[in-house]
Design a protein around this ligand. Structure first.
Ligand code: TRP
Length: 457
């Protein structure tokens, strides 16, 4: 049933799919979030737990999402429905897809706000705004951005326009064309940054920090953050890989592609970490600076080092490219659904998605200034609430549904056929999605709910 609809778009070749999926996976999560959570939760020890999560949960779930998409060959929700019905189960499983699409939309609303910051900082970098900066001037630069809803909404609009501009053109002339430029460019920039780190920064200290395990600093929260991040960084749980999988031609191996994408994603996160921490340590700064790492610590370093002007530009170009290709996949899940359900033309669907996501995103923009005191979830402003709701609640929930679905509902023959895996590999995969993933996900989920609902003392 896979390639039955000839009008449905398909990736031109394996490389195109790998780039699109890697573009989805590699994003703010790798460059903005990974370094600061690693800094917070004990460097090497955290990295080790994270790598185990990628291997035991990330890769099996990515395979699961892609195979649902390819077998269902439709928008995320319809793909779930078709695959469920084919195995004699209820079509109500489409809920898992719908839920993922909704979550994608919500992530898109605030992800593009941070994407907007990245463009704003690229602009600052070009203008030499970091030159000779001090802790105070760099801090002011960031607070000024956060304090101005109009400025932030403008950058947010620019970022949204970039993503919708690509998605509106379709899988071939839009997404594929964009990622085949963005991804190689991003890799080249990253390699330049790492070389720079090795020649002038404190690369030794950085490697030491990232790879020497210090278990005394790894808390339970750290383990759970690692697990949650494994989901986020691989774009899992939001039907993004279901949507991309639905354009995957049959002759391409899902297993091979999933492993390749996961490795690339991990390599980028580690390389970004090496580059960022080298710069940080070379300037005698502290590694755990929280979310300000990329928007405060690094600009400060760029403004006070030789070659910092160009390195700053390279860095923020890389950040924009990474965020852009991820936003494209978040948008595609939503757009594919609009096209399938309401039968509207793609450009219109993209425009609509962009406008509504931008408008909803204004709430996140305002949560840094006018609505700063408005708490959606106790103790969290709108931006933090949306991040928490999607990353820590919706994402593990859909992840759990996906694992249970392919592990227990979908007929084994079908998944074996789709994965084209030998008996041992298939068995290994089934064991992961049946037992290991659901149990681990439930543990994180329960813990997150428990800590968030507990009144803060
Ligand atoms: N993986 C991307 C990142 O690391 C973000 C992203 C894109 C995402 N699509 C997703 C996260 C779907 C969760 C689910 O920045």
């Amino acid at each position: 049933m896979t390639n039955s609809t000839t009008s449905a778009p398909h990736w031109s070749n394996r490389l195109a799919f790998i780039m699109a999926a890697t573009g989805s996976a590699v994003g703010l999560g790798n460059i903005w979030k990974f370094p600061f959570i690693t800094g917070e939760y004990g460097g090497g020890a955290f990295v080790m737990v994270y790598l185990v999560c990628i291997a035991l949960i990330g890769i099996p779930l990515m395979m699961a999402e892609i195979l649902i998409g390819r077998r269902g060959a439709s928008s995320p929700s319809l793909s779930f429905k078709r695959v469920a019905e084919e195995s004699g189960a209820t079509g109500a499983w489409s809920f898992a897809g719908t839920f993922g699409v909704l979550a994608s939309f919500l992530i898109l609303t605030f992800y593009s706000v941070v994407g907007g910051w990245a463009i704003a900082y690229l602009w600052h970098a070009f203008q030499g705004a970091f030159d000779g900066s001090t802790v105070k001037t760099i801090g002011d630069l960031f607070s000024q951005l956060l304090a101005s809803p109009v400025e932030m909404a403008g950058w947010h609009a620019a970022f949204m326009a970039l993503s919708m501009g690509v998605v509106g053109f379709g899988v071939h002339s839009g997404i594929e064309r964009a990622v085949t430029v963005l991804m190689p460019a991003m890799f080249v920039l990253l390699i330049i940054l790492v070389i720079y780190a090795f020649t002038t920064g404190a690369a030794g200290a950085s490697l030491d920090f990232l790879f020497t395990p210090n278990f005394s600093r790894l808390t339970t929260t750290g383990v759970l953050v690692a697990l949650g991040h494994a989901f986020f960084t691989l774009s899992l749980g939001m039907s993004n890989m279901v949507a991309y999988g639905s354009y995957l031609p049959r002759h391409i191996s899902i297993t091979g592609a999933s492993i390749t994408v996961s490795i690339l994603d991990t390599v980028v996160a580690l390389m970004a970490g090496i580059a960022i921490f080298s710069v940080v340590f070379a300037h005698g700064m502290q590694p755990s600076m929280g979310p300000g790492l990329v928007f405060k610590t690094l600009p400060l370093a760029f403004g006070n080092m030789t070659g910092g002007y160009l390195i700053g530009i390279a860095f923020f170009f890389m950040l924009v490219f990474a965020a852009w290709s991820s936003a494209i996949s978040l948008s595609e899940a939503v757009v594919a659904r609009l096209i399938a359900v309401y039968r509207i033309p793609r450009p219109k669907a993209a425009l609509l998605t962009g406008l509504v996501a931008w408008a909803v995103g204004l709430l996140s923009v305002l949560s840094f200034n006018k609505l700063a005191n408005f708490k959606l979830i106790p103790g969290k402003n709108i931006f933090d609430s949306l991040d928490f709701l999607t990353t820590n609640i919706m994402l593990p929930m859909t992840g759990l549904m996906v694992a249970l679905f392919v592990g227990w509902i979908m007929k084994k023959e079908y998944s074996r056929d789709e994965l084209e895996a030998g008996p041992t590999l298939h068995k290994l995969w089934i064991t992961c999605v049946r037992y290991i993933t659901p149990i681990l996900v439930l543990v994180v989920f329960a813990y997150n709910l428990y800590t968030s609902l507990l009144p803060k003392s």
